[in-house]
Design a protein around this ligand. Structure first.
Ligand SMILES: *[C@@H]1O[C@H](CO)[C@@H](O)[C@H](O)[C@H]1NC(C)=O
Ligand SMILES: *[C@@H]1O[C@H](CO)[C@@H](O)[C@H](O)[C@H]1NC(C)=O
Ligand SMILES: *[C@@H]1O[C@H](CO)[C@@H](O)[C@H](O)[C@H]1NC(C)=O
Length: 292
């Protein structure tokens, strides 16, 4: 069984948030499907037919090439598939497929709404402030973009930081609980999940404060250091995941950003029959970049 890394990327428009916000509540909102395409303006700008398929939500100006700042998401978009009409950001992840072991054909797994939200396909996006109710975050600058995960890695426990999968039982349970805790796995669940699979992606929260992007789309940002070193007033003992903890930002990344998190609900339930799982009973799902 392979551990899973899935590429998840985000282009953020400047319309959300104020310059500095303090101890605010988290924002959780639904984004319906905008399109499912082989496009990746971040990793393969200008390429029509990127190496793998993505499912994209957000502003309708999404296209193969979107140069930072020059291509102004706010100016070019007229609407968004996300709940907040002011947010023309684009968010995307790899697509998930069912692979039939009998004949090797693929069928895309559909996404379904998260608990309590109204959407068609797509995903849930979170903007999470530091939980200490004290630390400030700085809003994403226009043209900011970043990537979580690594599409080339395959079995990399520990490196797939921020990405994991939850086997959902009936009735969207377990619903609560921080991502990458409990029974969550860094690889796709190796059993049939009655309620589908929830894939969770948490992005880094420390920024170099200068670059809107970097050649690998990752090194201008960093995850906070673990273990948490309190340098602000005491934090509650809530079981935050390491990614959610606002530990000290590593050297060179002095600016704290809101934490972006995705939850992608994959409706794997149409494939929950033993005949569709092949003889060895191994899970039959694979992400578009080839990881499982
Ligand atoms: C993945 O890595 C783990 C830990 O190093 C190892 O135990 C496992 O056999 C590996 N699985 C595959 C499919 O390579
Ligand atoms: C391949 O196998 C799947 C699962 O048994 C089946 O649903 C599908 O129709 C088959 N496709 C072809 C082209 O035979
Ligand atoms: C957060 O910003 C406010 C307003 O600018 C400032 O007074 C406060 O000291 C900042 N807090 C921290 C922890 O830097």
């Amino acid at each position: 069984m392979k551990n899973s890394i899935l590429v998840a990327a985000t282009l953020i428009s400047a319309a959300l948030g104020q310059n500095v916000s303090r101890g605010a509540a988290m924002m959780r909102f639904a984004c319906s499907q905008l399109t499912v395409e082989r496009l990746d303006p971040l990793v393969n700008p200008g390429v029509v037919g990127s190496p793998h398929t993505h499912q994209i939500v957000g502003g309708n100006s999404f296209q193969a090439e979107m140069k930072p700042v020059e291509y102004d998401l706010v100016e070019k978009s007229t609407c968004t598939t996300c709940t907040f009409s002011e947010d023309f950001s684009n968010y995307w992840t790899a697509a998930l497929y069912y692979r039939a072991s009998q004949n090797g054909t693929y069928k895309r797994v559909q996404q379904f709404p998260n608990l309590g939200l109204n959407q068609r396909g797509g995903m849930t996006v979170y903007y999470i402030p530091p939980y200490d109710g004290f630390s400030n975050v700085t809003a994403f600058r226009p043209g900011f973009r970043m990537l979580a995960g690594n599409p080339i890695l395959r079995n990399t426990t520990g490196e797939s930081r921020g990405i994991c999968h939850r086997c959902i039982y009936k009735d969207s349970q377990p619903f609560g609980g921080a991502p990458c805790t409990g029974e969550d796995t860094t690889f796709l669940p190796n059993r049939m999940c009655e309620g589908g699979i929830r894939t969770q992606v948490t992005f880094p929260t420390c920024w170099d404060g200068v670059n809107l992007d970097s050649p690998d789309h990752q090194s201008h940002v960093a995850y906070a250091e673990i273990p948490y070193e309190p340098y602000f007033p005491p934090m509650a003992t809530f079981p935050y995941t390491p990614e959610q903890q606002r530990g000290k930002c590593p050297e060179g990344y002095p600016v704290q950003l809101p934490q972006i998190m995705y939850e992608v609900m994959f409706d794997t339930t149409p494939f929950n029959t033993p005949e569709l799982w092949g003889e060895e009973g191994t899970q039959p799902f694979v992400f578009s970049m080839g990881d499982a």
